[in-house]
Design a protein around this ligand. Structure first.
Ligand code: ADP
Ligand code: MG
Length: 231
């Protein structure tokens, strides 16, 4: 089953002579429960694609279905709820809230939704990501790798349809980056999480099950052993 289905997607910024065609007729399918990476040169449209899948940007044209939802049909309010419940975001700069403890940061998306905390799931998530002893600490007491693990736990706590990570190892040293990517991969296996990660590190990209390469806002290559290329 495809969790993401994109056909002829276009996302343009600006207008007239300042128009930038960040995505220009891109097609793609992402299979549920897989670890997919997006690679491509700087400016090829990776971040734009991820933000469009996550409902942060509205497409200019084309079809985009995420978890069976046609994003073009959602109102602003529905899009906000979609982002909160169905998508987990991980950013290069972690974006933890400094005034909240690690535990409070991880649970923050549930608090926004007034949703019940599944303590068993929370404990398993924190344990798997090595945060068991850090839950009462504030983010500044954690290393970069630990902060990113807290951000990953926060992305997973709502059991989203897809986790979207934009260069999640971009602020980490090589070894820590490998560890964090290994933990992200582990969430696919342990929690059956669908995961889409942007990286420019081709060595890290090899840890994924599928690779999508973008070029000039289009899918240049989609390689995976099970799914059919979406073009
Ligand atoms: N908010 C924006 N406003 C105008 N142009 C943008 C915006 N976001 C991205 N772009 C442009 O779209 C193209 C693709 O950018 P981006 O998706 O960030 O690429 P990547 O993540 O692969 O480096 C680039 O030419 C970039 O300058
Ligand atoms: Mg980018």
């Amino acid at each position: 089953m495809d969790i993401v289905r994109i056909r002829n997607l276009k996302k343009y910024f600006g207008s007239g002579e300042h128009r930038v065609k960040a995505l220009d007729g891109l097609s793609l399918s992402i299979e549920k429960g897989r670890f997919t990476v997006i690679v491509g040169a700087s400016g090829s449209g990776k971040t734009t694609l991820l933000n469009t899948i996550g409902g942060l940007y509205r497409p200019t044209a084309g079809e985009i279905l995420v978890d069976g939802v046609n994003l073009a049909e959602l109102s602003e309010d529905q899009l906000t709820v979609f982002r909160r419940r169905r998508v987990g975001f991980v950013f290069q700069d972690y974006r933890l809230i400094p005034e909240l403890t690690v535990r409070e940061n991880i649970l923050f998306p549930l608090a926004l939704d007034d949703a019940r905390v599944d303590e068993v799931f929370f404990g398993k998530l924190a344990g798997c990501l090595g945060l068991g002893g850090k839950l009462d600490a504030f983010p500044y007491r954690l290393s970069g790798g630990e902060q990113q693990c807290a951000a990953i736990a926060r992305a997973l706590i709502t059991r989203p349809a897809i986790v979207l990570a934009d260069e999640p190892t971009g602020s980490l040293d090589v070894k820590t980056g490998q560890n964090v990517m290994g933990l992200l991969k582990m969430t696919v296996e342990v929690f059956h999480q669908t995961l889409l990660v942007i990286t420019h590190d081709l060595e890290l990209a090899q840890m994924a099950e599928s690779v999508v390469r973008l070029r000039d806002g289009k899918t240049e290559v989609q390689k995976c052993d099970l799914c059919v290329p979406g073009v």
